[in-house]
Design a protein around this ligand. Structure first.
Ligand SMILES: Cc1ncc(COP(=O)(O)O)c(C=O)c1O
Length: 402
């Protein structure tokens, strides 16, 4: 994004502002579909990374599927016209309403996380109209970055442990109202090597064959998301998608399963930018703090995970040499967004962009301090349009009952 575009967007919509560049997004979508679809690997976007109705509408025109994990995400996707037959439901604690949505065919299938969910769904579904389901397995492979470990599954709450799998297969085989069409396992985030995905797929293949041995119609294995992304827009991509899809396809060759991936972050991270105005600059002791008009509420990942998104100055004037600064938000927390080198003469009114904030930024925003969540805009070339209205003080108090 050029300083001129950033200035125009900030002047038009105000700050903080969350911007999605559709050209960047389409590039990433194309990278995934190009690497995966020709090898028969389906791609589902994990809506938790970022979703609004216009985004769902945009995805509806692509070959992507969509993973939703709440009624809120489902309704958002529906408002964007995303077709039910390309959606599926995730989540480890689905409500009765969410399971009812599955039975009502508002999604293609449910990914069952636990035995209680299996029983609840079985209670809602009818043998006359069986519901398609997958089982989310805890394969005991955990990956973060390039390393992975076999934990035996005791470390996370998600999915069905392999030592309970046989019992679950027996149960599901006795339930004519549920049709087990696939298995799923998601092993972590920011994975930068192919190895963990292959280890996970090996477990899924073995589990699939165990289900098939009981005449259960398992046809698809979803290998999760978690594809790592770079910190900065100019950094090389940390995981070669072509190597990943080729590796997965080769590993599954001859087994007769359709494979799928489920990326969130890697599809949307690069297309997102957060724009801020500097509201104050102060030096306390040896530290220089640059306070911007966002922070923990609109961009929580730097504060809760230490995520880094190098800020770029978008003000077109000479601001002197860079000097150390701590970028902070305006909430009543120590919401430090990172230590960076920022121009010496940066002052109130200057504009900053944090790049690659597309994933888990707007979707994790909150109303802490009763701040409103920012406006979201789509940009394509010289055109821009608002797709989510920023929240006003009236919006953040609209649910109060007195
Ligand atoms: C089940 C499941 N699938 C996919 C994803 C997407 O992961 P990522 O955004 O790292 O690709 C997540 C993230 O938490 C997940 O829980």
């Amino acid at each position: 994004m050029t300083p001129q575009t950033a200035g125009e967007l900030a002047a038009t919509y105000g700050t903080p502002l969350f911007v999605i560049d559709l050209d960047e997004l389409d590039l990433e979508i194309h990278r995934f579909t190009d690497a995966c679809l020709r090898r028969g690997i389906a791609v589902g976007y994990a809506g938790k990374a970022f979703l609004c109705a216009a985004f769902a509408e945009h995805l509806a025109a692509t070959p992507l599927r969509l993973d939703v994990c709440s009624l809120g995400e489902l309704v958002t996707a529906e408002r964007g016209g995303f077709p039910a037959e390309r959606m599926y439901f995730h989540g480890c604690g689905k409500t009765g309403d969410e399971l009812r949505a599955v039975v009502d065919r508002r999604v293609a299938f449910d990914v069952i996380d636990n035995v209680e969910e299996l029983e609840q769904l079985a209670g809602l579904a009818s043998p006359d109209a069986p519901v398609d389901v997958m089982l989310r397995l805890n394969t005991g492979i955990e990956a973060h970055t390039h390393a992975f470990i076999r934990t035996g599954g005791e470390n996370t709450k998600f999915g069905i442990a392999l030592d309970q799998y046989a019992g679950v297969l027996t149960r599901i085989a006795a339930l004519p109202q549920l049709r087990l069409i696939g298995l799923h396992a998601h092993i972590g985030s920011q994975i930068t090597e192919v190895g963990p995905f292959l280890a996970n797929l090996d477990e899924l293949l073995a589990a699939g064959d165990r289900a098939r041995a009981r005449a259960l119609p398992v046809a698809e294995l979803i290998c999760g998301g978690g594809i790592g992304v770079e910190e900065e827009i100019d950094d090389p991509r940390p995981l070669d998608l072509d190597a990943l899809s080729a590796g997965l396809a080769a590993r599954a060759d001859g087994f007769g399963y359709r494979l799928a991936l489920e990326p969130g972050r890697a599809l949307v991270a690069r297309s997102g930018t957060s724009l801020y105005r500097v509201v104050a600059v102060k030096t306390q002791g040896r530290r220089r703090f640059v306070i911007v008009d966002g922070g923990l509420t609109d961009n929580p990942r730097p504060i809760i995970y230490g995520a880094r998104h190098l800020p770029e100055v978008m003000t077109a004037r000479d601001l002197g040499p860079d000097e150390p600064a701590t970028l902070v938000g305006r909430t009543c927390e120590n919401d430090e967004m990172g230590d960076y080198a920022l121009p010496r003469d940066l002052a109130a009114g200057d504009l900053l962009a944090m790049h690659t904030t597309g994933a888990y930024t707007y979707s994790m925003a909150s109303n802490y301090n009763k701040f409103g969540r920012p406006t979201v805009v789509f940009v394509r070339g010289d055109h821009h349009r608002r797709v989510v209205r920023g929240e006003s003080a009236d919006d953040v108090t609209r649910l109060d009952v007195i």
